[in-house]
Design a protein around this ligand. Sequence first.
Ligand code: HEM
Length: 314
Amino acid sequence: MPLPTDQKLIALSEDLLKQIDAMQGLHHGFRPFHARGIMLSGSFTPSPDAVSMTRAPHISRASTPVTVRFSSSTGHPLIPDNDPSANPRALAIRFHLAERVHTDIISHSTDGFPTRTGQEFLEFLRAAASSDSSKPSPLDKFFSSHPRALAFVQTPKPAPSSFARETYFGVTAMRFVNRDGVGRYGRYRITPDAGTEHLDADTARSKGANFLYDELTARIAKGPIGFQILVQVANPGDITDDATVHWPEDRPLINLGKLSLTNAVPDNAHEQKNIIFDPIPRVDGIEPSGDPLLEVRAAVYLLSGRRRRQAPEQ
Ligand code: HEM
């Protein structure tokens, strides 16, 4: 994946990375957000309904190998699992289509995002970093002009009882195109076969610092972990280029297929360091929507991922 040539986009991406580093601290060899994680491998099997949505290659094959990375929020590589700021949790999925050919899904466990654009996200981070006890603080001022950012921050983000018992949301819409050329906008929603289960705040706090990663390692040793990859389909007229806007729950969910995770990836830390997930699908049959977050995230993740790969092995 090449870096974009748009100088404004590169400058914004560099400013975002600099601001995130300033707030999270620089941990060489780790991601500035979602630093703590674990990778598993398995396969994806499409459902019979999937062809109605997309002609993407992994939908027309019987099965496609996948690598996934579960992660905790923040840039702290050792953030304890019982720390509330480790929420939302996340799931990134890579579908291996051929040698060095892939498409990804990046999702987290809150259905939304605080800002519509990368520039607004930068302003949000700067306001948060410069906030003090003054009233109104820079963050108060930001929230008063960006009520959806406040709504995101106030959305409950409970810890799951297991990474395998959380629902993950793709947040940015994609345009799914089927064999007849019919295009529909949709958002990924990845649901656990074991059912979603959250902990109340006291129970979560009482757990150990590694309870989620230990639980996942023990669970995968006993057998496959299953998820369904669904797409919430927009109605005509729904806003499709704004990650801060939710679609009503009555929008249909189409099942794209099943994820079956079977193994922990060998040499896990090295593989996590190496893989750079891409928010833009770059595959026939799944196109980016007009959501402005996509381009800037693709550039930021690439800048950050290349820097991570250059850091010496721990
Ligand atoms: C302008 C908006 C955003 C910025 C600046 C941003 C920034 C970042 C950065 C710097 C990383 C580390 C990437 C790497 O080093 O490989 C990251 C990872 C991640 N972000 Fe974002 N992000 C944004 C929006 C979002 C949204 C909307 C989601 C919702 C799903 C999201 C979910 C994730 C996840 C799951 C990861 C970890 C992926 C992995 O396991 O490699 N981010 N983000």
